[in-house]
Design a binder for this molecule. Sequence first.
Ligand SMILES: [Zn+2]
Length: 528
Amino acid sequence: MEDKNKIHILDTTLRDGSQRADISFSVNDKLQLIERFDDIGIDYVEIGFPASNPKEAELFKKLKDMKFQYSKIVAFGMTRYKNVKVEDDKNIKQLMGSGADAICVVGKSSSLHVEKVIETSLENNLSMIFDSIEYLKKYFPEVIFDAEHFFDGFKENPEYAMKTLKTALEAGADYLCPCDTNGGVLPGEVSEIIDRINKSVKADIGAHFHNDSGCGVANTIIAVQKGVKMVHGTINGYGERCGNADLCQVIPNLEIKLNKKCLKKGSLKHLTALSRFVSETANQVTNPSQPFVGRNAFTHKGGMHVSGVSKLSKTFEHVDPGVVGNTRRILISELSGKKSIILKAKEFGIELENDLKKVSEILNRVQNMEHKGYQFEAADGSFELLVKEVAGVKKRFFKLESFRVLNEKKEDGGMMSEATVKVHIKGKRIIETSEGNGPVNALDRALRKSIEGCYPALSNIKLTDFKVRVLNEKKGTGAVVRVLIESSDGKKNWGTIGVSENIIEASWQALEDSIVYGLMHVGENNDS
Ligand SMILES: [Zn+2]
């Protein structure tokens, strides 16, 4: 029998989350995110409608060949169209071919929306819900019903809203998830309405809250206290308008304070890293004051706070930062930082436990670099190289003498870049020039050309993503930029970083780290 404290988490960062105006995930981004969600043990990962655009279609195709240890892949779709038989419905057909483990079907629960927006009868809307769920349930082990506009609908016409849930249950839905699609409901109302649902249907209930009144997290928590078994949300609360319930707040509150089980056992301590990985992948500035996972969530500045925290941390902290993988930052103690460096170095096979001088040096370098704008959460490759450099085991494959990049604007409007790289390898001086469609591309090509003769394994290392972020926008063109590069050798992915006022210099740093890291991991020897 299932643990009565288990709460099933459905992450919809890739569907609802990507509705945020300034977020766009590539297929590769999405695959990486799904892997991370699987690692941390999110039960359901909702990824969208199988054919809403070519990107989604490609994602579903790739997912068919992938197996995940923990997460179930959920495809999202609507109930059948009002005048079409379910087996002839184009969208339902797409869901059938999705290869997903479960389907989330959204249907209307508000009589106002049924009559005024989709313009059909209340009776027909119930058939649409019933037909779609009953049909999908024949082919998929799990079907989740998203009852759209449920809370507003309930306030207008409670009987009808409840009927939509009952209909979904009769058709075989495994979870009934009332949604606060407009995000305006308040915690007291949620509490009352979920009580009413519990009284009239015996089913596993879920909850899907948007955050327009700023209550997305609070509503989710109160829903769980009222017995809800499934929770929907997004990492960092990304979503349309004001976002969705932030799982980085919902999960730790449920696990730490309500003793619920949400993630894979022992995974809560990876939540902060996940939050930062998602924000880097989404190319979003992290919110330093985000509860639990923000950089400042456990930072103590005031003198009295610092002395209180140093005596007994719970005097000024609601939870221990280590529980969610965050760190306490106070001026007088860097203990937690050192500990995490020792642990991290161990992952790379480097023992630093008895070498606190090196640990301090790494910590100093990291702090100085972070101050300049480096961030290592999505640049694991650069961090490992830094640790190995201090530990004296970083390999050096080539020595740069210089590089030069020229950009040319042509009469026909086109741009062309040309890069020349001079390096020393095994006592030889090598000069190579390459063209590219942009300066970084030209530089990458010239560097590869100059060293691949000595290191043939380089041909397996590919750049898969390149992101640029301006760090202090107010300074305009004099601003500092951060470049993040994602690389892969087909089996392993790694991120590297560069920061500079000059975008080419920042790109070079990330590029050099990417190649050095790759060569070290494919077992090339240190020959320069
Ligand atoms: Zn939603």
